[in-house]
Design a protein around this ligand. Sequence first.
Ligand code: UDP
Length: 455
Amino acid sequence: MENKAYRGHVLALPFPIQGHINPLLQFSKHLVSKGLKATLATTRFIHNTMQPQSSSSLQFDTISDGYDEGGFAQAESIHASLNRMETIGSKTLADLIIKNKNTANPIDCIIYDPFLPWALEVAKKFGIFGAAFFTQTCTVNFIYHHVHHGLLKLPITSTPISIPGLPVLELDDMPSFISVPGSYPAYFEMVLNQFSSTDKADAVLVNTFYELEPEVVDSMSKVCQVLPIGPTIPSFYLDKRLENDNDYGLNLLLSDSFVCNNWLNTKPEGSVIYLSFGSMASLSNKQMEELAFALKGSKFHFLWVVMASEEAKLPKKFVEEIGNKGLVVQWCSQLEVLSNKAIGCFLTHCGWNSTLEALSLGVPMVGVPQWTDQTTTAKYVQDVWKVGVRAKVCENGIVEREEIEFCIKEVMESERGKDFQKNAKKWRELAIKAVSEGGNSDKNIDEFVSKFVNS
Ligand code: UDP
């Protein structure tokens, strides 16, 4: 018999990529700890390939994005895949709601990724509470909000750019869809469309914490009440309140933790540079070469995640030639790596999850942003949170080896580097406080839950 004692049943619907699944999955576990039943709906393709196991802390179910066999990466175009996801996703989401209707725990709330704004329409059709869950910084959301509502006109013709609650921004601090007009129009439309219906959403959640972006949270709250509820990092790495919660739990790629840990455990404290460009990495051959030469020339150890799709871009014999100085893996447990004492610096693309994980674990960064929101986050890493440097890009779009070496040294061994470490520790403490009982994010989660449960 199903347990009827839950305070309510939430259905979480992430956009089906790693960087969007992780935070919503983790948030769902938090809601379970608050007495709710939580179901994470992945696509059939992800479900069939990963076979996630439902447990007392989280249930899994499916919708279809229309690409059950090969995943939406197989789609003919970004635009086509988003359209198909909307049509088939809406229908199968409705089926899932109906399937739960006459059970002991019908769905009370849908928490949807605003990359999928149609999910709110489905929720409303069934009279269900709908909450948008933003997976990028509040800063980036507010920039897109301004563009969507015509408050910031494109193309930008004069700089610096002023938006209430944000520091003054130059063009290359803006998300790439704005600074490089015409790049990825389908994705640009998608990030702006996040705001197509937020005024109808019953709650707007953001994976950040108040102390990180107080001014922008305050500014944005004047136009739409935002609830920062992060960082959504497994509890083991922050407040340790949830038992056995040391991994997100749905890793689309396999990591070799044993190899990484064994290797890192032989290295002195703070001596290793960790490099990763996230789950969608697609660097140019030239950029890979510059990184490889910089690492080979630097005196530090390094652990570099080079996904299988990127491996052919490494210089020939690179792996043989580096010997024990470096380790190249196709994927790792990033939280485990970042929390290892051997790590001194994270060279990152500044994806929001990676950045938030580094802030939460107190690791200084070298930002080498590639596209989308990463440029804006890199600006904050250097100038607002002061936990690292942003590498300078040459006119050809490449960060050259000398610049990479310089940035690594700045973080690993300069006087500024000591400040970065101090600030990184401060952000870690604030992150722990935010999610601990009575912290700002914890209170916001309680406020959110109180909006749709009776007790
Ligand atoms: N990640 C991981 N192992 C790796 C590289 C990344 O587990 O080797 C995880 C990382 O912890 C983060 C997510 O993948 O939670 C990447 O999200 P992010 O927003 O940083 O970048 P994206 O993949 O969306 O570009």
